[in-house]
Design a protein around this ligand. Structure first.
Ligand SMILES: *[C@@H]1O[C@H](CO)[C@@H](O)[C@H](O)[C@H]1NC(C)=O
Length: 327
């Protein structure tokens, strides 16, 4: 009898999931921020970011996130960025802060995209289902799997305790063909079968005041008028903020032993340590001074491919021990 040739993807969800938390989104940390290097593995080298779109999204909505990911590795001094705006730095310049954590910090490029408009696992997802969806992207050691859920999809803890999360899992797929490399590993290897994944929810219908601030009135805390979203989509512009937050966390603390402050179960990471800060002079309820597009009235602080604009969160800079804003 011929053996069954079945590629099994075994998932072991790591306990060290880190989340982008809504409750702290508009609180500006007053205490000095110091992230400790726990000397565990970081993501280094080239990674493709593969996307699974769970639920209905328009092509325009998918393009917001795809262009953000393309912009991460676009040349910093690109002609399109320079001509589109002299007043905001590039998305790639924002990402470059991750290389201050480690000179070889991961370079992310847009990989493939998978659509699941008919909600194959249903409208309500647990964290285990998120890992199962991530596994559909054939994750491997050179990729980060990203699941984005549509506004009508319910995810355990979404809006209540977090807007998204990053975690890691192990996959046995490909293990047979890959040499049993040791952890810790030579340059260019990423740890056998272990992959990082990210989930972010579009909060437009369920909690924009919690997960799409400052593009929506905050659900609680100090009130200020919401900003106009740079891609004219409160939900997706909020997804970009949370995705940026979680990708920075995934690269600098992928397996729970990288850079963070506080307890490993509830770490403050590269961007979550700077929550609520987008521009200079930020304070609780006020995201900081930001360039405003004269035509649309939208606030932004970074320019990406094709002149697209984004609002990206401050990231902690290990060289200065400050939350570094782009503008
Ligand atoms: C990553 O990709 C870039 C562009 O293709 C290449 O120049 C670079 O050498 C690669 N880095 C690693 C560590 O493979």
């Amino acid at each position: 009898m011929a053996p069954h040739l079945v590629v099994l993807v075994l998932l072991a969800v790591a306990a060290s999931a880190a989340a982008a938390t809504p409750r702290q989104l508009f609180l500006v940390s007053q205490a000095p921020v110091t992230l400790t290097n726990h000397h565990g593995q970081l993501l280094t080298g080239n990674y493709s970011v593969n996307l699974l779109w769970y639920g209905r999204f328009t092509p325009a909505q998918r393009a917001v996130v795809a262009d953000f990911l393309l912009s991460l590795s676009a040349p910093v001094a690109s002609a399109s960025a320079a001509s589109a705006s002299a007043s905001a730095p590039s998305v790639a310049a924002w990402w470059a802060t991750t290389s201050r954590y480690h000179p070889g910090a991961a370079r992310l490029t847009l990989g493939r995209q998978v659509l699941d408009p008919s909600l194959s696992l249903g409208r309500r997802l647990s964290e285990t289902s998120l890992a199962a969806l991530a596994a559909r992207l054939s994750p491997h050691r050179g990729s980060v799997a990203v699941v984005i859920t549509a506004p009508d999809v319910l995810v355990d803890g979404f809006c209540l305790s977090h807007c998204g999360l990053h975690a890691s899992a192990t996959s046995s797929a490909g293990a047979a063909s890959a040499p049993a490399a040791a952890h810790g590993s030579a340059p260019g290897t990423h740890g056998r079968g272990r992959f990082a994944y990210v989930w972010v929810g579009d909060s437009a219908e369920q909690c924009p005041g919690e997960c799409a601030w400052p593009f929506h009135q905050p659900a609680y805390g100090p009130q200020a008028p919401p900003l106009v979203a740079p891609n004219a989509d409160v939900g997706m512009d909020g997804v970009v903020i949370n995705l940026a937050t979680l990708l920075a966390g995934a690269v600098t603390n992928p397996y729970g032993g990288g850079f963070f402050q506080g307890p490993a179960e509830a770490p403050l990471e590269a961007v979550t340590a700077c929550t609520g800060v987008f521009g200079a002079g930020a304070y609780p309820g006020y995201p900081g001074q930001l360039p405003v597009d004269a035509a649309s009235g939208a606030s932004y602080n970074a320019v990406g491919v094709a002149g697209r604009r984004f609002l990206l969160p401050a990231m902690w800079d290990p060289k200065t021990s400050q939350c570094s804003t782009l503008v």
